[in-house]
Design a protein around this ligand. Sequence first.
Ligand SMILES: Nc1ncnc2c1ncn2[C@@H]1O[C@H](COP(=O)(O)OP(=O)(O)O)[C@@H](O)[C@H]1O
Ligand SMILES: [Mg+2]
Length: 592
Amino acid sequence: MKSLQHLNKYFYKYRVRLLLGILFVISQNFFAIYPAKLVREALDLVIETIKKGQADAIQTISHHVFIFLLWIVGVAMARGILMFLMRQTIIVISRLIEFDLKNEIFHQYQRLSLAFYRRNNTGDLMNRISEDVSRVRMYIGPAVMYTVNLIVLFILIIVSMLNVNVKLTLYVLAPLPLLSLSIYWVSDIMNRKGEEVQEQQSTLSTFVQEAFSGIRVLKSFVKEEQSVNDFSAESETYKNKSLELVKVNAMFFPLMLLLVGLSTLLTVYIGGKEVIAHRITTGNIAEFIIYVNMLTWPVASLGWVTSIVQRAAASQERINEFLQLEPEIISLTEIPTDIRGNIRFNDVSFVYPDSGVRALDHVSFEIEEGKSLAVLGRTGSGKSTLANLILRMYDATEGTITIDGVPVEKISLASLRRQVGYVPQDVFLFSDTIENNIAFGLMNGHEKDERRKLAMEAAQQAVIYDNIMEFPKAFETMVGERGITLSGGQKQRVSIARAIIRKPKILLFDDCLSAVDTKTEENILNNLEEIMMNRTSIIISHRVSSVKNADQIIVLDQGKIVERGNHDELIERKNIYFELYEKQLLEEEETN
Ligand SMILES: Nc1ncnc2c1ncn2[C@@H]1O[C@H](COP(=O)(O)OP(=O)(O)O)[C@@H](O)[C@H]1O
Ligand SMILES: [Mg+2]
């Protein structure tokens, strides 16, 4: 329950609406119980008049009953309007808070560092922002509304009942706690089953999604039939769970009616005896029956609400768990710095916190402003880790990394990342046009034409321009889900264009030419020479051909620098680099 306190700030934010809503709830109830009194008066009047046996009895009765009728209709209408307003305030608040909460969670997601995303899977992140939030919304809207409603109605009705007859009141109310308990019990089962259904639903949609995105693999391995069978099995589970839910759902109303019937029965029986003893009137029985029926839903809702609140609390606790996380990587300053581009690693080691893998082991090097460094090594030798450390996706476990002599931790995080043009190893493009994907690298505040011009320029430098122009829609071509599928090499080049478009001080290319042939690679590298001039650049690769022109080359193996120097020096040394070079040269000749 404590976890729900997180929402108090939102209740406070919408306090005026909330108060108004509560006011509507209260006033609505006054109108709700009024007809019961009118019915009693009408009935008693009818009985009295008949007893007196006046000549114009029928006329008197119909005249009065007509007036009562008008009253009841009027009151019902007033109540209807108030109910509308009540929902318009309280349910609207719940939607507003839902909106705020979703934004709060997403904002927090964006703050958290990469390590967080490694620890949590996408499904989990999505669930918190969709399902958990909607469960919390249920608490805010219905729970608040029904609780206030119940309290007010309960007080009003009990007072009215006690005024009439204490004994009858006690008897009539006796089954109600039972009603509340059993509804709680049923709704708890209902909610649990409902969640199971929902879970299965998401399993099903994940399954379908995978089947679609992996359709090529599926078809080429001739697994269509198996896929169909697997789907049927999942569907079957979904069906069974849904049927179970329906069964419990079907119990809900009969159970409620049974218990209400019990109360009504008691009212008629005990009430009848009281009437015979002249302690109450016949009209009172009618009034009581209406009261009992009116109490039913609020009392039933008590059980329902309890179950909702418990669920909301559990959901909010899961949400809070994420909201209370502090990102591991924080910016100590927001003052932007102009980076010149001297990068130094002083005895840097890095151990991945979750796997304990020592990805970098006492690495030291210095790149002077405007120079280039190439990092060569086999898969898993720690190259991407090195890139991650420069970008501060992680902080070094030991040693220091400085840029222009300042430890990276002391540089504004946004400022640092903005001045690094990064091409990640696993290319990711958004489902958007090619132009927008490239211009994504720009800061905001460019005119449309200028954006287009810059995107074209960057595309030319990344040697992707001609390819793009061959598409019918050129730069307007959609990529990703609903667009065309670019080849691996094309994607890499779009990704390079995105990185260089803003002309950053530091270029960081992580194995970004792995999917292009050596000829295109050379072409791209030649083209990039211009932009790499006067910019510090780091080229990560497992291919000698990508790195040989760099001012300085380091060879990584299991996180350690095993060789360093420039191409000529390393060739002369006839060691690891030389062997790699020979081997790759040979491979290349074979493919040609
Ligand atoms: N997020 C991670 N969590 C744990 N271990 C990782 C993670 N990323 C990489 N590693 C491990 O760190 C080592 C270096 O990886 P990486 O820097 O990606 O190598 P490279 O880019 O040279 O192929 C590998 O052993 C890899 O398994
Ligand atoms: Mg890598």
